[in-house]
Write a protein that binds this ligand. Sequence first.
Ligand code: NAD
Length: 354
Amino acid sequence: MQTLLVTGGAGFIGSNFVHYIMENTGCHIINLDKLTYAGNLTNLKSLHHQPRHTFVKGSIEDRTLLRQLLEQYRPDGVVHLAAESHVDRSINGPRTFIQTNIVGTFELLECVRDYWSNLDPDKKTSFRFLHISTDEVYGSLGAEGYFTEATRYAPNSPYSASKAASDHLVRAYFHTYGLPVLITNCSNNYGPYQFPEKLIPLIILTALAGQPLPVYGDGSNIRDWLYVQDHCSAILKVLTCGRPGEVYNVGGNNEQTNLQVAQAICHLLNTMKPGGNRDDFCELITFVKDRPGHDQRYAIDASKLQTELGWAPRESFATGLAKTVGWYLANLKWCEAITTGSYRGERLGLINGQ
Ligand code: NAD
C-alpha cells in the first residue's frame, strides 16, 4: 500500500502505529485526528519534517472533510483507530462514546463506501478497511476459557457496547455492500504514549508522586496484556494479509490480575529507585471501591491470527513492562505536559500538513 488513511493517529495506539509504519514501510500516512483530550501531537513530534506523514485535525463525523481527504489523497486503505476509549469516562458520560464510536464509524463507512465503489477495478480489489476494536465486546469470562472470534458479543460497559455496535456496522458493510473490511479485537495494550488515566501509566506516575495507588475491588480482575508494538505488527499483518470480511483476535498470552500489574510496576520502580528514599513502592497500593459492571476476566485466543497469518507477539510481559516503566521515567516532561494541560496547546506545525 502506498497511501493509508489512519484515524485517531495522535492517540496512544494510533501514534505508535504511525511510527511503526514510518519505520517499517514506505507508506504515506494521512493522519486524521480530532485532538480530543486523548490526542497529543507531541507523540508525533519526531515526524515534523517527515514528508510521508500528513496530519489533519478533524473529525470522523465530518463528511465534507472525509470526502475531501479521500479525493485528494486517494488512499489504498483505511486503518480506523479513532474512538473514545476510556471505560470509566463512558460510565460517567456515555453520550460522546455513542457519538464518536457509533455515529463517527458510520459516517466514515459511508464516505469510504462511496469512494471505494468508484475506484478502478485493481485498486478496488486490493483496497482494505481495517477496524480496530477491543476484546471487551465479548463481556466477561469466568476462571476458564478464552475469547475466540466465534464468542457471542456481551458488552457490559457503554464503551464496550459502543465498540460492539461499531463492529456490527463494519461487518454489515461487508455483507451488504461488499466493502472489503477486516476487524481486529485486541486485549489491553500498554507501552509508550499511553494517556495517564489508564492503569499502567496511572500506577507509574502516582507511585512517583508518592500517592496511594488505586486498585479496584480486591485487585483480582484479570486482563490479558499486549505490548503496543506487538499490536502494531498485528495491525499491519492483518491489513496486508488478512481475508476481507474476517475477524482476528489479537492477544499477548499475558494474563495478569490488576494487583499483579501494580506489584510488578512497584518492583520495577524499587530497582530503578527513582523515588529516592522510598524502600518499597508496594506500600502505596490501596484498594478502592470497584467499578460498576467490572468484567472479571478477559483472555484472548489469538490462534487464528497466529496460524493463518503467522503473527506472534515478541514481548513478554516482564520485558514489555520494563521498557514501559523505563519510557515513562525517561519522558517525565511528556507526562508533565499532560498534567499541566500544556500538551493541548502543542501545534508543532503539523496541523493540516503544514
Ligand atoms: P486513545 O483514546 O488513546 O486515542 C483515540 C484517538 O482518537 C485520540 O487521538 C483522539 O483525539 C481521537 N479521536 C477521538 N474522537 C475522534 C473523532 N471524532 N475524529 C477523529 N479522531 C478522534 O485510544 P487508544 O487506546 O489509542 O485506542 C485506539 C483504538 O484501539 C480504539 O478504537 C480502541 O477502542 C481500540 N483498542 C484499544 C485498546 C487499548 O488497550 N488501549 C485495546 C483494544 C482496542
